[in-house]
Design a protein around this ligand. Structure first.
Ligand code: SF4
Length: 141
């Protein structure tokens, strides 16, 4: 699956959940809490492949899934630039220390597995937007 395929498919899944919650008059606070991992695992099994095994993408006590993916992630399907003989396809716009670039063969991708920035409740509250695509509008370059 390409970055764009995942991005567009995830945007739709996110929108479907938001539409459902708004139809039930959820407040912003309730929506944010709905996206907490343990609730999502129970009620939104299709949202993330990891939910099937109840495995968190980051081993932290409170994990909010609202900002999967991260608004600071940048990607370009046909590559951003060449680094020696490799092509870089993604990076972190804020250069978060917990993130890193990883090479897979001749491709270089951003690896966010060590970074929990977008998964805290505080971050979601501060950057909340009902429209996931608005939050992610700078990701695809
Ligand atoms: S390293 Fe952290 S802040 Fe940067 S894109 Fe990844 S999750 Fe977001």
């Amino acid at each position: 699956m390409t970055y764009s395929e995942w991005f567009d498919s995830h945007a739709q899944k996110h929108k479907n959940i938001i539409d459902k919650l708004l139809a039930q008059n959820f407040t912003q606070e309730q929506i944010i809490e709905y996206f907490e991992f343990s609730n999502m695992v129970k009620h939104e099994k299709e949202f993330c492949l990891l939910y099937e095994t109840q495995k968190k993408c980051h081993d932290i006590p409170y994990l909010n899934c609202y900002f999967c993916a991260c608004p600071h992630f940048r990607f370009k399907e046909d590559g951003i630039k060449k680094i020696e003989k490799k092509t870089k396809y993604s990076f972190c716009a804020i250069g978060a220390k917990a993130g890193t670039l990883v090479a897979y063969g001749d491709a270089i991708h951003q690896d966010c597995s060590g970074c929990t920035i977008p998964h805290t409740k505080k971050y979601v509250e501060k950057n909340f937007d009902l429209n996931w695509k608005n939050s992610m509008k700078e990701c695809r370059i």
